[in-house]
Ligand binder design. Structure first.
Ligand code: COA
Ligand code: AMP
Length: 631
């Protein structure tokens, strides 16, 4: 039996003993004596009597252990031609000052702080400062529009919001404060204060209730770490569901810290002092877990990157970063490498850099498509690991456990379930299916530490959204199968969530925007396959009877509306006016049929459509044949 198999069996047979053992690997103010309890809703709560502070475990503890001069973060920003490095001691000191400034603004344990920032070191400092005080942060991705930010402010009800004067995209400067002001205007909840980090590319004059970050930190007295219970929330992170109402995933503190630390050893095989680079954004779960918290909990160094994989200045950006910072473990989304592959198909730029430090490449956020997997395998001599997880779980569900026993990877597979996760495949009756049969991928309860503990402000919603379809199991929303050797293949969502450039988006939310337009009678948004971004949303709309405007103008107006309401991240660039949509007899839009049409697959469709096998057929069947139009 391999180390992996031993660990896996132990974790499933006796999860309490397994996780109490792992809990010893992080510093506590009061070590837990109990592993697992259940809350009133029946959800697992880990390390109930433990007390810690994750900021202490990730920063102060390492300074005390002699890592003060080691680099905690390398910040690299080709879009601003700037770089910075912060040692553990510098990071701890700035976080303590920021926590002092937040305390001066009245923040106490349990208060919420919304963070709406680009990829700058201050975003990490702000997150750790909240943790230091026992406050709950909620980071909102910068690509979301003011309305989306407003919805999150209203739900999280923060006392303070932290932002920066601007973000720098490749082709434009994004001014955050005006968007924040608009969001606050729209929100019924009004934060008491805002802190603004001024960036020289575009400064912003603070208005009433707004404070300059640098002056506030300079005036503050550093704050110490506040002990919190392991079960206290560390953050709320909003993610897309099947409706337009975003779900605030609540993460606890102790279970998360233990799980992340475990993953750095068992999965990513990263030791203290080594360099870990995750090319994501602090606004996503990958950023929370593997830019901000896990590398520093492990005493490693995290690379924080403000830029894209290509065009900054070229498609060799990742190779350059690995070379410059001696990265050992690199993690990004497959879409990023599809962009690199497109720009540099022969990987010629790789030869310009020395990437011998690299020991493993991890990919997640969407399925690693076999062509990209094979391209990476052909050009790199390190394990290329597709691993699968989601915002809700906070850390990988299935992976190649490089730190336990590396396994041969297989194209299209996320390898094996990680210790702690009892992954099963169920059919629609809730029966477990055998190898090579596709079904719903579920996790037998209890969920391991680190996974969501609730939905913010809505205790019932966790049960309804995840626990009620198959009692005793957490429903991941993905479908997939095991092969005969126990390798897991995750094939796609069973709901209306789509994955665009590794970003999770709700088609339901886009439909709400399209459907609210006065000229639209009915609509559907589907995910179309896209060679670069994996999926791209496309809207299909039926105008109201009597609509006699210009259809092309309506389509463009609807595209602009989604960008304005949800934000550029929605990437909805195509809307098509149609005469009808495939429906069931009871009048429900057949989304499954639309999805199959979008994927170009044959599908048993209802009478309104005659065996369409391509989008053009579907368009024709839906009443608008436009050969050659934007497919
Ligand atoms: N603030 C403001 N706008 C933002 C933004 C931010 N933080 N992030 C993205 N946007 C904008 C982009 O500028 C773009 O606007 P445009 O329509 O005017 O061009 C739009 O949102 C869509 O962004 P994106 O989907 O990222 O497209 P892209 O063409 O800029 O880049 C990739 C495509 C594949 C290179 C990029 O998405 C990528 O590197 N993704 C992989 C890494 C990742 O983030 N994974 C997430 C989870 S692991
Ligand atoms: P997010 O919550 O944004 O991390 O998105 C999670 C969803 O992305 C999952 O439920 C999957 O649908 C998809 N996903 C993430 N990683 C993978 C992967 N390695 N293979 C297949 N799908 C993935």
């Amino acid at each position: 039996m391999s180390r992996y198999h031993d660990a896996y069996r132990f974790s499933i047979k006796d999860p309490e003993a397994f996780w109490l053992e792992q809990a010893k690997r992080i510093p506590w103010f009061r070590a837990p004596t109990r592993a697992l309890d259940y809350d009133a809703e029946g959800h697992a709560r880990w390390f109930g009597d433990g007390e810690l502070n994750i900021c202490h475990a990730a920063l102060d503890h390492h300074v005390a252990q002699g890592r003060g001069e080691q680099i905690a973060i390398y910040w690299d920003s080709p879009v601003t031609a700037d770089r910075r490095r912060l040692s553990y001691r510098e990071m701890r000191d700035q976080v303590a000052r920021c926590a002092g400034a937040l305390r001066d603004l009245g923040i106490v344990p349990g208060d919420r702080v919304v963070i709406y920032m680009p990829m700058v070191p201050e975003a990490l400092i702000a997150m750790y400062a909240c943790a230091r005080l026992g406050a709950i942060h909620s980071v909102v991705f910068g690509g979301f529009a003011p309305r989306e930010l407003a919805a999150r402010i209203e739900d999280a009800a923060p006392r303070v919001v932290i932002t920066a004067s601007c973000g720098v995209e490749i082709d434009r400067i994004v001014a955050y404060p005006p968007m924040l002001r608009e969001a606050i205007e729209r929100s019924a909840h009004k934060p008491e204060a805002c802190l603004i980090v001024q960036r020289e590319h575009q400064r912003d004059a603070c208005q009433r209730g707004e404070h300059d970050w640098h002056s506030a930190l300079a005036a503050a007295t550093p704050a110490e770490c506040v002990p919190v219970r392991a079960t206290d929330p560390l953050y709320v992170l909003y993610t897309s569901g099947t409706t337009g109402r975003p779900k605030g995933v609540v993460r606890d503190t102790g279970g998360y810290a233990v799980a992340l630390h475990y993953s750095m050893e068992a999965i990513y095989d990263t030791a203290p002092g080594e360099v870990f680079f995750s090319a994501s954004d602090v606004g996503w779960v990958v950023g929370h877990s593997y830019i901000v918290y896990a590398p520093l909990l492990r005493g490693a160094t995290s690379v924080v990157y403000e830029g894209k994989p290509v065009r900054t200045p070229d498609a060799g950006a990742f190779w350059r970063l690995i070379d410059d910072y001696q990265v050992k473990c690199f993690f990004t989304a497959p879409t990023a490498f599809r962009a690199v592959k497109k720009a540099d198909p022969e990987a010629r730029l790789l030869a310009e850099h020395n990437i011998r430090s690299l020991r493993a490449l991890f990919l997640a956020g969407e399925r690693l498509d076999p062509p990209t997997y094979h391209w990476l395998k052909a050009h790199l001599s390190v394990p290329v690991v597709d691993h699968w997880w989601q915002t809700e779980t906070g850390w990988p569900i299935a992976a190649d456990p490089l730190g336990l026993s590396p396994m041969p990877t297989r194209a299209g597979s996320a390898t094996v379930p990680v210790p702690g996760y009892a992954v099963r495949i169920l059919d629609r009756h809730g029966e477990e299916v055998g190898p090579l049969t596709q079904g719903s991928v579920v996790i037998k309860q209890p969920l391991p530490p680190g996974c969501l503990v609730g939905i913010w402000g809505d205790p019932q919603r966790m049960r309804e959204a995840y626990m009620s379809t198959y009692p005793g199991y957490y429903t991941t929303g993905d479908s997939g199968y095991f092969d005969e050797d126990g390798y897991l293949f995750v094939m796609g969502r069973t709901d209306d969530v789509i994955n665009v450039a590794g970003h999770r988006l709700s088609t339901g939310e886009m439909e709400e925007v399209l459907g609210a337009h006065p000229a639209v009678a009915e609509c559907a948004v589907i995910g179309m396959q896209d060679a670069l971004k994996g999926q791209l949303p496309m809207g299909l709309v039926i105008p109201k009877d009597g609509f006699d405007g210009d259809e092309a103008a309506l389509e463009q107006e609807l595209v602009a509306l989604v960008r304005e309401r949800i934000g550029p991240v929605a990437c909805l660039k195509q809307v098509l006016v149609v005469d009808r949509l495939p429906k069931t007899r009871s009048g429900k839009i057949l989304r499954k049929a639309l999805r199959h049409i979008a994927d170009g697959e044959p599908f048993d469709v209802p009478a309104t459509i005659d065996d369409p096998t391509s989008l053009d057929d579907a368009r024709a069947a839906m009443g608008r044949a436009r050969p050659g139009a934007d497919s």
